[in-house]
Design a protein around this ligand. Structure first.
Ligand code: UT7
Length: 336
C-alpha cells in the first residue's frame, strides 16, 4: 500500500472589515504609532465588531468560501478541526457551530487549544487522520478573536492583537507533497509568563475576577520574547536539518507573527534571506493561531507546486513547533 500524506488543496480566510489603526489606539491608551512600529512592527489590526459575534462568524466565512474554492459539497467533509483559544463558548465547540452554519452534516468536529501554535499542531493532528486512510476531506481552521480577551486599558498588550481565521482543506495524496514532517514541543515553564488567568475551572468567572481584569491576556513580555526568539529559530533549524534542507532549498519561511523583532531574529538565525519570509504583521498584528494561515493565504498566488515551505510558531504553554510543507498546487493569480 502506498504511503498517504495530507496535502493542502485550498486556503481561505475570515477577516473582519474593521481596521483598528495605531492612530485610533493612541486615543484609547497612552501609546504612539512610533512606539508600536519600532518595538512590535504593527500598523493596524482587524477587529470583529458587533454584539454576539464569536469566532465562528469568521470561521463560517472562511469555510463557506473554502467549499466553493475546492469544489467540495458539504456532505463530503469528514472532519472539522478548529484550533482556537477563543471559541464562541466553552462548549459546544466552534468547529461544530461552523459545520452547522456551512451545512456540514457528516463530519465529526472538535476544537483544539494550543494558542499561537494551533495551526502547526493542527496540521500534525489532521495529517495523522489522513494517514489512517479513513478520511478524505478534512477542514482545519485556525484563528482567534483576540479582541475578546484583550484589555484595552493596558498599553503593554492591547496594540499587539487582532482577529482573524484561516481555513485549509487537507486531502490525501500519494505524491511526495504536503505535510512531510512536523516537530512539536511543549514546556510548562510558560504557565506564569503567558496566561489568561480566569474563566477556566481553576478561577471561574466571578465579580472579583472581572474586576481584576483576569479574563484578558496577561504576559511578561520580555520572558515570552526571549523564549520565542530561541525556540522558533531552534525548531526551524532542526526540521531543516533532519530533512537535509539548506537555506537555499527553502522557498518560504512562514513565522508566527507576534513581533517583527522576533521574526527578524528568526530570519537571522536560520540564515534565510528576508525576501523568502512571509511577513504581514504590519497589517494584521498577532491573530494567535491565525497568523500562519493568513500569511499562506496572502502569498497563495505566488506559491508553486513543490515549493518547500517551513512554518514555525511559538505560543502559550509554552508550545512551539515547525512543519515542513511541500506546497500542493500552483497558486492562481487572485487579488487578495
Ligand atoms: O504570541 C505569543 C505571545 N506574545 C509575544 O510573543 C510577545 C513577546 N513580547 C514582546 O513582543 C515584547 O516584549 C512587547 C512588545 C510585549 C514589549 O516590548 P518590550 O521592548 O519588551 O518593551 P518593555 O515591556 O520592556 O517596555 C519598555 C517601555 C516601558 O517603559 P519604561 O518602563 O521603560 O519607562 C513600557 O512602559 O515601553 C513602555 N511601553 C509602551 N510605551 C508606549 C510598553 N508598552 C507601550 C506602548 N506604548 N504600547
Amino acid at each position: 500500500m502506498k504511503q498517504l500524506n495530507g496535502v493542502i488543496t485550498g486556503i481561505t480566510t475570515g477577516l473582519p472589515d474593521y481596521i483598528l489603526t495605531n492612530e485610533e489606539l493612541s486615543t484609547i491608551v497612552d501609546t504612539s504609532d512610533e512606539w508600536i512600529m519600532t518595538r512590535v512592527g504593527i500598523k493596524e489590526r482587524r477587529i470583529l465588531k458587533g454584539e454576539a459575534q464569536g469566532i465562528s462568524v469568521l470561521g463560517t466565512q472562511a469555510v463557506d468560501e473554502l467549499l466553493v474554492k475546492t469544489n467540495t459539497r458539504p456532505e463530503e467533509v469528514d472532519v472539522v478541526v478548529f484550533a482556537t483559544t477563543t471559541p464562541d463558548h466553552p462548549f459546544p465547540s466552534a468547529a461544530s457551530m461552523v459545520a452547522e452554519n456551512c451545512g456540514i452534516k457528516n463530519a465529526f468536529c472538535f476544537d483544539m487549544e494550543v494558542a499561537c501554535s494551533g495551526f502547526v499542531f493542527g496540521l500534525e493532528v489532521c495529517n495523522s487522520f489522513i494517514k489512517t486512510g479513513k478520511y478524505k476531506k478534512i477542514i482545519l481552521l485556525a484563528g482567534d478573536k483576540m479582541s475578546s480577551i484583550t484589555d484595552y486599558t493596558d498599553r503593554t498588550t492591547c496594540p499587539l492583537f487582532g482577529d482573524a481565521v484561516g481555513a485549509v482543506m487537507i486531502e490525501p495524496t500519494d505524491e511526495v507533497l504536503g505535510i512531510l514532517d512536523v516537530e512539536l514541543h511543549s514546556d510548562g515553564i510558560g504557565y506564569e509568563p503567558l496566561q489568561m488567568k480566569a474563566g477556566g475551572s481553576k478561577y471561574p468567572a466571578s465579580y472579583e475576577t472581572v474586576e481584576r481584569r483576569e479574563h484578558t491576556v496577561q504576559q511578561d513580555g520580555q520572558v515570552v520574547f526571549r523564549h520565542a526568539v530561541s525556540r522558533m529559530a531552534e525548531v526551524s533549524l532542526s526540521i531543516m536539518d533532519r530533512n537535509n534542507l539548506a537555506p537555499e532549498d527553502v522557498d518560504w519561511l512562514v513565522p508566527h507573527q507576534a513581533n517583527i523583532r522576533i521574526i527578524d531574529a528568526t530570519i537571522q538565525r536560520t540564515g534565510l534571506p528576508r525576501e523568502k519570509v512571509m511577513i504581514n504583521i504590519e497589517k494584521y498584528g498577532n491573530t494567535s493561531a491565525g497568523t500562519i494561515p493568513v500569511c499562506l493565504w496572502e502569498w497563495e498566488p505566488k506559491l508553486r507546486k513543490g515549493d518547500n515551505i517551513i512554518l514555525t510558531a511559538f505560543g502559550a504553554g509554552f508550545s512551539w513547533g515547525s512543519v515542513y510543507l511541500k506546497w500542493g498546487y500552483d497558486g492562481e493569480n487572485q487579488v487578495k
